[in-house]
Each structure stands twice: as structure tokens, then as C-alpha cells.
Design a protein around this ligand. Structure first.
Ligand SMILES: Cc1cc2nc3c(=O)[nH]c(=O)nc-3n(C[C@H](O)[C@H](O)[C@H](O)COP(=O)(O)O)c2cc1C
Ligand code: SF4
Length: 416
């Protein structure tokens, strides 16, 4: 199986954004022309057939989301590109926006046509402010060429977009918190239902999707049917962008077909562990993902294999941690992140993260209580099942996986 492919990333390094002519030279906007020649129904069916699942972390089927979104009729419908990318260790969306912004924006226009969206907004992570000018330039170039605005490419499609600078908090990547922050309130998640598809921004129907999802839509429509699904497995068709980082020799963004093993990703794309050290564990899916021991490295990166183990591919981050790393130091950094980023709306997450940090502090200092192993399980269980949103639900994942896979490192190493 080919390890590093270029489908979603096929335009990387081929043109210098925001050079629209350069993008067109490599087939840019042929996907939009093809999409506009199809009925909305056929276009949605095309995305459904591709098996594409959202690349923002939750892996919701994109075609299904489009179909549900299309069903909500209103005078205004918003389409939001979630470029908040706050997950530590994840940087593939930044690479897509930097290297091929038109691929993302074209996917947004295609989606707008499919679902009947009237206004597009790219919610850009505050720390990506350096991309603002480039993205504004790309949108302006599209407007000049009739690819945004009234009657796109001579059709009846009216759609334009703007950029919203993010609020600088991890929780604002969550779809409803993102919308709250856009409306001028603190970024805290909303009750669901109503789902954003029905009532999102300013209570209008709103579709929120990830940067990579929009790029994938462009690639799927641009290429003949079967090209995207020619990669990957039957249940996980296509390719995925991986943010490979940590103690590897060759970190970076890689587009891989689903089905590659973590070991192949680390050894062949990452060129192994820096300093020829052994791997202590790999954290997959970002900071909210589990710590997987070496024994799990043969696991193929597919939705079905991860689901079977109760794991998630999440945003596609693969963080490699070498044998010299102190696992308690690592877990302490994870806990500190979640304590800082908890929005404070619900008690299990707000208080649970504090308590987990206190226990970890005791463990690092060698003063853990005999009841602490049980305390961890109890607090983590409450957080997982009673937190209001995904942040609190997944905050204890790294700690629980470390206890599962290497309890001796956690509980016995310091004489506890
Ligand atoms: C705490 C938290 C943070 C999130 N951060 C992001 C993010 O930075 N980018 C993103 O696309 N999705 C993020 N999500 C997922 C979004 O809520 C939403 O599912 C996603 O943007 C939908 O796009 P998709 O269908 O293309 O995956 C986050 C979810 C949670 C619970
Ligand atoms: S789980 Fe955490 S981030 Fe989510 S609503 Fe509760 S306090 Fe806020």
C-alpha cells in the first residue's frame, strides 16, 4: 500500500496562494463547475457514496449531514468552516489553509450549493491570524472571477463568505460554543437539540464542518467517481491527513490512505523515533485521545479498528512519545491543559479536572493516598458520563488509558 498519497493535498507546493490562476492551472474550480452541473440531490448522493466522514473529530457522515441541512429551509442559511484547530498536536488544517486555501473555499461553495446556504463564514483560530491576509486575498480573487457573490459562474447560486477571528479558547472549536462566541457571548456549548443544522448562528439553520472535510469534498467532486474510494478500506474509504509530531525524526502533515498501521506511519513517514530511542506510547487523536502502548502500533488506522477498541481517530494527530518521557509529567501537562480550558459551565468537568490535577500532583510528589486509584476511577467515570460536552467527557481519557496499559508506571514507580 502506498504510504503517503496526494489527493486532498495534490495542490500542495504547486501554486503560491492566493494566486487564483495558479490554482486553476492545476484543475482548480473544475469541481465547482461539475457540482453546479449536477442537481443538489445528485451532488449530495455523490458525497454520501464517497463514505466521507467529518474530519473535525466526531466522524459524522458528511453526506448525511448535508442532506439533513438541506431539509431546513429559511431565508438565511449559514455555512461555517471550522478552522479553530485548537487540539494540541494538530496542525493539518493550518497546512491546508496555507498551502491550498482555494481547495477549502471551493469545497465551501460546493457545499453551499448542495444545502442552499446563503452566507459562509470561515472561523479562523486566533493564533492563525497570520493567515488572515492570505485568506482575504483568496476570497477577493474569487469574487473578482465570479466564484463568490451573486450568480456564481452564471448560475442562480448567490453565496459569499467572510472570516471571523476565533476567540482563542479550545472549547470554541466545539460547534455550538463556536456559534456562541460569534454571537458575542462566552464560548460555552449549547443544549442540543435544537441542532445547529436547524437553529445555529442567530438561530438560523447552520452547517458547521471542518477545514479538511471541505477540502475532501472538492477532491471527491473533482475526480471521477471511485478515485477517493479507491483508497482506504470498505468501511473507511479515502484518505486522512495526519499531524505527526512529538519525538519523531520527520514530523509533519501526511496524507495517508486509511488502513496504514501506526507503526508504518511512524517508521516510514516519520523516519522513526529521534535519537533511535524506544517508543513509550503514542497518543492518537489529540490531547483528548488515549495513550497507546507499543503493542498497539500494529493497529490499522481505520474507523472500524479504532471503534472496535473503543478508541477514536479524532482530529488525526499522532503524537509519538519516547521512552525517556516521564508519564506522570506528561499526564500532568494534559490535566493542566484541560483544567485551563474547561469553560466552567458544568460541575463534572470544572471540578473533576481540578481534582484529577490534585491527585496527579500527589502522585508526582509521592504523597498519593491509598484511595487515589479509586478516586481517579470515580471522578473519571463521573466526568465521562455527566459532563455537558466532549471536552469534559474526554479529559480523563489519557489518564485512564495510562492506568490501563501501564499501571506500574503510574502507581508503583514512586513507592505507592
Ligand atoms: C472540545 C471540542 C473541541 C473541538 N474542536 C474542533 C476544532 O478545533 N475543529 C473542528 O473542526 N472540530 C472541532 N470539534 C468538533 C466540532 O464540534 C464539530 O463536530 C466539527 O467541526 C464538525 O465538522 P465535521 O463534520 O467536518 O467533522 C470540537 C469538539 C469538541 C467537543
Ligand atoms: S464539559 Fe467542560 S467544557 Fe464542556 S460544558 Fe462542561 S465545563 Fe464546559
Amino acid at each position: 500500500m502506498k504510504k503517503n498519497v496526494a489527493l486532498i493535498t495534490e495542490n500542495f507546493h504547486h501554486y503560491i496562494p492566493p494566486d487564483l490562476a495558479g490554482y486553476k492551472h492545476f484543475g482548480g474550480f473544475t469541481a465547482l463547475k461539475k457540482a453546479l452541473a449536477l442537481s443538489e440531490e445528485d451532488l449530495i448522493e455523490r458525497i454520501e457514496d464517497s463514505g466521507l466522514r467529518g474530519r473535525g473529530g466526531a466522524a459524522y457522515p458528511t453526506g448525511k449531514k448535508m442532506r439533513q441541512s438541506k431539509a431546513y429551509q429559511d431565508d438565511i442559511k449559514y455555512l461555517i468552516c471550522n478552522a479553530d484547530e485548537g487540539e494540541p498536536g494538530t496542525f493539518k488544517d493550518r497546512d491546508l489553509l496555507e498551502q491550498d486555501p482555494f481547495g477549502v473555499l471551493e469545497g465551501m461553495v460546493i457545499t453551499a450549493y448542495a444545502v442552499g446556504a446563503t452566507h459562509g463564514i470561515l472561523y479562523l483560530r486566533e493564533e492563525y491570524a497570520h493567515l488572515l491576509e492570505l485568506l482575504q486575498g483568496a476570497m477577493a480573487a474569487m469574487r473578482r472571477e465570479g466564484l463568490l457573490g451573486q450568480g456564481i459562474l452564471g448560475t442562480a447560486l448567490d453565496f459569499d463568505m467572510t472570516i471571523f477571528s476565533g476567540a482563542g479558547a479550545y472549547i470554541c472549536g466545539e460547534g455550538t460554543s463556536l456559534i456562541e462566541s460569534m454571537e458575542g457571548r462566552p464560548g460555552r456549548p449549547r443544549n442540543k437539540p435544537p441542532y445547529t443544522k436547524a437553529q445555529g448562528l442567530y438561530l438560523k439553520p447552520t452547517l458547521v464542518s471542518n477545514v479538511e472535510t471541505f477540502s475532501a469534498i472538492t477532491a471527491i467532486v473533482k475526480h471521477p467517481q471511485g478515485v477517493f474510494t479507491g483508497y482506504g478500506t470498505q468501511k473507511s474509504p479515502g484518505t486522512k491527513l495526519i499531524s505527526l509530531c512529538g519525538n519523531v525524526n520527520n514530523p509533519g502533515t501526511y496524507e495517508v490512505p486509511f488502513g496504514l498501521t501506526l507503526e508504518e506511519i511512524i517508521t516510514e513517514l516519520g523516519h522513526g523515533v529521534a535519537g533511535d530511542k524506544g517508543i513509550k506510547f503514542v497518543q492518537v487523536g489529540g490531547i483528548s485521545g488515549p495513550l497507546l502502548p507499543r503493542a498497539c502500533l500494529k493497529m490499522p488506522l481505520t474507523y472500524e479498528d479504532f471503534d472496535a477498541e473503543g478508541l477514536s481517530i479524532g482530529s488525526g494527530a499522532v503524537l509519538v512519545v519516547d521512552e525517556d518521557t516521564d508519564i506522570l509529567d506528561f499526564l500532568d501537562a494534559v490535566a493542566a491543559f484541560f483544567k485551563h480550558e474547561s469553560c466552567g459551565k458544568c460541575t463534572p468537568c470544572r471540578e473533576g479536572n481540578r481534582q484529577l490535577m490534585n491527585i496527579l500532583k500527589r502522585m508526582r510528589e509521592g504523597t498519593a493516598l491509598p484511595s487515589d486509584p479509586e478516586n481517579i476511577q470515580r471522578i473519571a467515570h463521573t466526568m465521562k458520563y455527566a459532563s455537558f460536552c466532549g471536552l469534559g467527557k474526554t479529559a480523563p481519557t489519557a489518564l485512564l488509558s495510562a492506568i490501563k496499559y501501564c499501571p506500574e508506571e503510574i502507581f508503583m514507580r514512586r513507592g505507592q
